[in-house]
Write a protein that binds this ligand. Structure first.
Ligand code: ZN
Length: 155
């Protein structure tokens, strides 16, 4: 089954990483592989969700297309969601999809931003691709800028 991934890129200034915890709520619009229609709303899920398929396999969720009524399934890959390579696109989350593909990542939960000495910024909001914070441990400003992401098929 094809795996799709979000790759992110940002410029990190005095920031060691941008990450998502294991209980992070992911939210995506999916496009039906049969008829090409999008889900009317983003679909939200996390690592703890599980659906048993008839043949005994487990997936994170199933999606029934409202237009052609085909059912597809999605498995959120359990792997770390940590970005620390300032300036370069790197994989951030992977989705194993059967019959559908993600077409938009809807960021509904703040990402975790960690300073160089482990200071954690809470309630981070990346607005206009930027985040600016004050690191209480370093006593310095730090930032995440030029934040962007792409969705692509994993090779
Ligand atoms: Zn469809």
């Amino acid at each position: 089954m094809p795996v799709f991934e979000v790759q992110i890129r940002a410029v990190l200034d005095r920031v060691s990483s941008v990450s998502a915890p294991s209980d992070y709520s992911w939210s995506f619009v999916f496009t039906c592989g049969s008829c090409g229609e999008n889900t009317p709303k983003p679909v939200t899920f996390d690592e703890s969700m599980s659906v048993d398929l008839i043949r005994g396999a487990k997936v994170t969720l199933t999606i029934k297309c409202k237009f052609c009524e085909r059912t597809s399934d999605v498995t959120l890959l359990v792997e770390p969601h940590v970005y620390s390579d300032s300036g370069e696109f790197k994989p951030f989350v992977g989705l194993d999809c059967r019959g559908t593909s993600p077409s938009l990542w809807n960021i509904i939960e703040p990402l975790t931003i960690e300073g160089q000495r482990g200071f954690i910024f809470e309630d981070t909001e990346i607005i206009n691709q930027e985040f600016f914070g004050y690191d209480e441990d370093l006593k310095q400003e730090c930032s995440v800028t030029e934040f962007e992401h792409v969705l692509q098929r994993r090779k």
